[in-house]
Design a protein around this ligand. Structure first.
Ligand SMILES: Nc1ncnc2c1ncn2[C@@H]1O[C@H](COP(=O)(O)OP(=O)(O)OP(=O)(O)O)[C@@H](O)[C@H]1O
Ligand SMILES: [Mg+2]
Length: 295
């Protein structure tokens, strides 16, 4: 986040897309390709000469967008998924869990399901890859009952148009693709499942807060948009959580932009200037100082 004149600019720098807009707005005003891998703080201070910058953890910001000051945020984007426990507005630092799994892995999963069913590879060109991603976003959903959905396979068939005008049909692939979030083994991944990451994260948090965290699991990021994900996650977490804790999973409508929106809210709070590092401090101390940019 950077202040330009009187305007505060909020950026959610994702590996897929970067969301940019003004603090206080409800929506980012520009969506641009991700700029991960570039030294963003250096560029902002040294090339754009922003007067101050605050860097925050996206999952932490997502909680600001949803209201409560305590909760277990699951931020799942294009390349990575984080489970983060926030208690009284602060990140519980041992309780951050990273899964190396995101929407890109699910694109690959759908690509290999289509390849084994139709013998057709959809990852050769950029337009095929983008059609594959669009097919995932349009047709995939999370199953609530695998065996009955598998039996209903034929009734689930839908087709998606490819860039060359041909159509690809998918049925059980529609739910077998995002099933990887609950069973990473299907991707030959050693990553823990989404439900296991959440439970492990809560177990590492303050014991007094655990009940509250189970009752406030908040979804954020584009990869949480699959229909049925929140309901299935509740079932799976409840299956392995201590029985005394009721489980609630919240899927805010604006979760695709929750990290950006949380930044927009946070940047309007009176405490925001204190969380920023000024350019003069940066000039004095270099990029090490950014570690002191702290919510
Ligand atoms: N309706 C949808 N259903 C399922 N997935 C979706 C949907 N819309 C977007 N996605 C997926 O969400 C992912 C992008 O999410 P997001 O914008 O949160 O990622 P990011 O912030 O760029 O990445 P990261 O946080 O991993 O660096 C893509 O994989 C995209 O295909
Ligand atoms: Mg993101």
């Amino acid at each position: 986040m950077a202040e330009v004149g009187q305007k505060i600019i909020v950026m959610d720098n994702g590996s897929d897309i970067t969301k940019v807009g003004f603090a206080g707005d409800n929506r980012p005003s520009a969506i641009i390709p991700g700029v991960v891998g570039h030294p963003v703080r250096k560029i902002l201070f040294e090339e754009f000469e922003v007067p101050a910058l605050c860097i925050a953890f996206p999952a932490h910001l997502a909680l600001f967008a949803s209201g409560p000051t305590s909760g277990l945020v699951v931020d799942s984007g294009s390349s990575v998924t984080h489970a983060v426990a926030v208690c009284g507005g602060r990140v519980e630092s041992p309780a951050i869990l990273r899964m190396n799994m995101g929407g890109q892995d699910l694109n690959e999963r759908l690509g290999s399901l289509v390849l084994s069913r139709h013998g057709r590879s959809l990852v050769g060109t950029a337009s095929e890859r983008s059609a594959l991603c669009a097919m995932k976003e349009r047709l995939c959903f999370v199953s609530q009952d695998l065996s009955s959905d598998k039996m209903a396979g034929a009734a689930l068939e839908q087709s998606h148009e490819m860039p060359d005008g041909t159509y690809i049909n998918i049925g059980i692939e529609r739910f077998m693709c995002p099933e990887a979030l609950f069973q990473p083994g299907v991707l030959a991944s050693s990553s823990p499942s989404l439900q296991q990451s959440i439970v492990t994260c809560i177990e590492k948090s303050n014991t007094q807060m655990q009940g509250k965290l189970y009752n406030n699991i908040i979804l954020s990021g584009g990869n949480t948009l699959f229909p049925g994900l929140a309901e299935r996650l509740k079932l799976e977490v409840a299956r392995i959580a201590p029985p005394q804790y009721p489980v609630k999973v919240l899927a805010p409508a604006e979760r695709k932009y929750a990290a950006w929106l949380g930044g927009s809210v946070f940047a309007c709070l009176p405490m925001f200037p204190k969380a920023c590092v000024t350019r003069s401090r940066y000039d004095e101390c270099g990029s090490r100082i950014m570690h002191h940019s702290n919510m």
